[in-house]
Design a protein around this ligand. Sequence first.
Ligand SMILES: Nc1ncnc2c1ncn2[C@@H]1O[C@H](COP(=O)(O)OP(=O)(O)OP(=O)(O)O)[C@@H](O)[C@H]1O
Ligand SMILES: [Mg+2]
Length: 230
Amino acid sequence: MRIRLEHVSHIYGSSDESAAVQVLDDATIDIASGDFAVLMGASGSGKSTLLHLMGAVDRPTSGRVFLGNNETSSMGEGSLTQLRRTAVGFIFQFFNLIPTLNVFENVAFPLSLAHLGRAEISQRVSATLEQIGLTQRTAHYPNELSGGEMQRVAIGRAIVHRPPLILADEPTGNLDSANGTMILDLIRSIHESQRPTIVMATHSVEAASYGDYIIEVADGRVGGKLRIEN
Ligand SMILES: Nc1ncnc2c1ncn2[C@@H]1O[C@H](COP(=O)(O)OP(=O)(O)OP(=O)(O)O)[C@@H](O)[C@H]1O
Ligand SMILES: [Mg+2]
């Protein structure tokens, strides 16, 4: 899925001008379908905000955001929710698993919103657990897993509905380097096998080296693409 931002500005808290924070200022980005793009920039530069706009979690204060042919500012809440559920998989720094659901149920969660039959859900979740290497942990709860395992479950949840767009916000920020490398290798293998568009925000140079190019974010402005030579 191609992702485009056209002259996007974003202001938080714009109803109260004294508290308003301008986070993005005239950002234009074009990410081709199947690209693995990396966002880098200082803390507070606007990376997570960009991911929220790309994931249809939020709409820009001005400018236009396209997910494929869908322009988010022209869409109502209902169709935005539908777009997010079907087209986007999110991976976060703090995993965000549901503590009362086991591994199988956490991974199955996006499918439970998609009106699929039990057999179809079970088959898809099993295939995903295989892919993330957690078939031995299906009945475990999040508090019984290591950090690396929790992140693998979160990745399973992000890919189980086969979204054309995967957004990762510092996916290795909370892991040691061995687990971080394992997660990055998993993200790379998903990219190579399913060819989703991936946009990943990171502070890590090692993580960035997994992408096709880096887009630098500084003071609400985005730079050109810096190709990564591997
Ligand atoms: N909901 C919000 N309301 C008000 N201000 C916000 C909100 N979310 C983010 N901000 C502000 O917007 C700016 C950009 O935040 P953002 O989370 O996009 O940065 P970031 O680049 O992801 O930083 P980090 O590397 O620390 O995750 C920050 O100054 C932040 O304080
Ligand atoms: Mg952030």
